[in-house]
Ligand binder design. Structure first.
Ligand code: AHR
Length: 513
């Protein structure tokens, strides 16, 4: 592959680590929506597809390979019409309810609290439960926390035991509602802030289970919403009790290139739509910065974490599928959108503590596609970015200082987008460097001056394909899959990396001492 004539130079100080990149930035989200839970995770105990207690084993295996740190459930919008008591007890006696947000279909509640907790145990992932504020009660959330986490003979602990689970679970993450400005109750920021404090107050720490309560936050760049929440949090009388009310504040941001009624196809898009998607993805950093700046005013010690608990691409539903099920293909473009997000996440790891891509299986920017009839499973290009980035989990962020400006591409509206995105981290004697070349047609050579530690070995991997619309199907599951990259050389402390066009590259560095 011919590299671009001039190298883009950069410096990385391997001995100047920054904030720890929480592994929870690599979190996931599974809603009762379309075929994410039913037909995705859950096939039922009688299925011929290999399962444990109804949960697909190949799905668990694939997600464990990502070191999946946490799973958010049951929504999304569904969370604010979910009443947890409908999903406990013998399955054949559970009530049927209506999932009005997603297809207006009947929910049989076969997958409920115990099934979710079994799934988290199989995945070795921390549960992140979103409680119902929109149509629930303070009492209902309080009981759910007690049901899941209390060890003695309290009423809810006894109820749990009567449903077959003796020991309490550890459930650290709790969302207090979801999108309360919209599907979660159409509330004003102030109305939600007041209500959410009430919910959070009665969501207790039982039996040593410390809750991380997350206030449902803004959409995109609605900084006023974040400000209202931060004011409400900091107005708690005893400043020492700040942490007892909320530990996190969330926001949501989806990458879209058009209005809701014309979001565009997941696989058929123009060059301009491609660059627009990358440009929209890069915007996440503007929003992280903006929300973090507001939080800094009220919480300069950064005790409250920023949580991006829904992100990813949102395209028109795959033709022929139920539009309410939000099924979409996942192309190399989606993978590059993800890698650009992660670079921004790593740079803001001091405030951004958790992120959850929407959604794990068969919905929006999924990791996996499943076919419940044939039992087939396919890994998406986005899955591979998560896998290639595992070395960043709980590593310390490193600054990647570009000495030459990253080349830019112009969009039809005369705006422009940087064609290179990078980030790096260090964990002990290993470092990981991530590089995205979003330029559709031009390869790039990058030259890194690695300072502050001796590098003893380098290994490159690349995720690419002939075109940005390349994607994996049940027939061609490896059209987009990582392979090793030859164009990586180390001479002294100079690392040279030749990155193909529209490709994602990671370079693992072994450090001496
Ligand atoms: O992820 C799909 C939906 O997007 C979620 O249910 C909701 O929170 C958001 O609007």
């Amino acid at each position: 592959m011919p590299a671009a004539d001039t190298a883009v130079r950069a410096v990385i100080n391997l001995d100047l680590p920054g904030a720890t990149i929480s592994r929870h930035l690599y979190g996931h989200f599974a809603e009762h929506l379309g075929r994410c839970i039913y037909g995705g995770f859950w096939v039922g105990e009688d299925s011929e597809i290999p399962n444990e207690g109804g949960i697909r084993l190949d799905v668990v295996d694939a997600l464990r390979k990502l070191d999946i740190p946490n799973l958010r459930w049951p929504g999304g919008c569904f969370a604010d019409e979910y009443h947890w008591r409908d999903g406990i007890g013998p399955r054949d006696q559970r009530p049927r309810t209506v999932n009005s947000h997603w297809g207006d279909i009947v929910e049989n509640n076969a997958f409920g609290t115990h099934e979710f907790m079994q799934l988290c145990e199989m995945l070795d992932a921390d549960p992140y439960v979103s409680a119902n504020v929109g149509s629930g009660t303070v009492h209902e959330m309080s009981d759910w926390v007690e049901y899941l986490t209390r060890g003695d003979d309290s009423p809810m602990a006894d109820l749990r035991r009567s449903n077959g689970r003796d020991e309490p679970w550890r459930v650290p993450f709790w969302g207090v509602g979801n999108e309360p400005w919209g599907c979660g109750g159409n509330m004003s920021a102030q109305a939600y802030a007041d209500l959410a404090r009430q919910y959070a107050t009665y969501a207790r720490n039982h039996s040593g289970n410390a809750l991380y309560r997350i206030a449902a936050g803004a959409s995109d760049g609605d900084y006023r919403w974040t400000e209202t929440l931060m004011q409400a949090i900091s107005s708690v009388a005893d400043p020492g009790s700040l942490r007892d009310v909320f530990q996190g504040v969330s926001f949501h941001y989806y990458t879209m290139t058009g209005p809701w009624d014309r979001k565009g196809s997941a696989t058929e898009f123009t060059t301009d739509e491609y660059y627009r998607a990358i440009s929209m993805a890069a915007k996440v950093e503007t929003f992280i910065r903006g929300h973090a700046a507001v939080m800094d005013v009220y919480d300069p010690e950064k005790r409250i974490g920023l949580v991006l608990d829904e992100w990813g691409t949102w395209w028109d539903a795959t033709p022929g599928t139920n539009p309410g099920f939000l099924e979409q293909q996942n192309a190399l473009r989606d993978a590059l959108v993800a890698s650009v997000h992660f670079d921004a996440f790593h740079r803001h790891a001091d405030r951004l503590v958790m992120a959850n891509i929407a959604q794990t299986i068969n919905v929006l920017q999924a990791m996996l596609f499943t076919d419940a009839a044939t039992g087939a499973l396919v890994l998406t290009p986005t899955y591979h970015v998560f896998e290639m980035n595992r070395g960043h989990h709980d590593a310390q962020s490193l600054d990647v200082r570009l000495l030459d400006e990253a080349p830019r591409r112009e969009l039809e509206d005369a705006s422009s987008v940087a064609t290179l995105s990078t980030s790096a981290s260090r964990k002990g004697d290993a470092a990981l460097l991530s590089i995205t070349n979003v330029d559709e047609s031009t390869p790039r050579r990058l030259q890194f001056d690695l300072r502050g530690a001796q590098v003893t070995a380098v290994r490159g991997r690349v995720l690419g394909a002939d075109a940005v619309d390349a994607h994996n199907t049940f027939e061609t599951p490896d059209a987009v899959a990582p392979r090793s990259l030859d164009g990586v050389t180390l001479e002294g402390s100079t690392l040279t990396v030749d990155v193909p066009p529209h490709a994602y590259v990671t370079v693992a560095l072994d450090l001496a001492g």
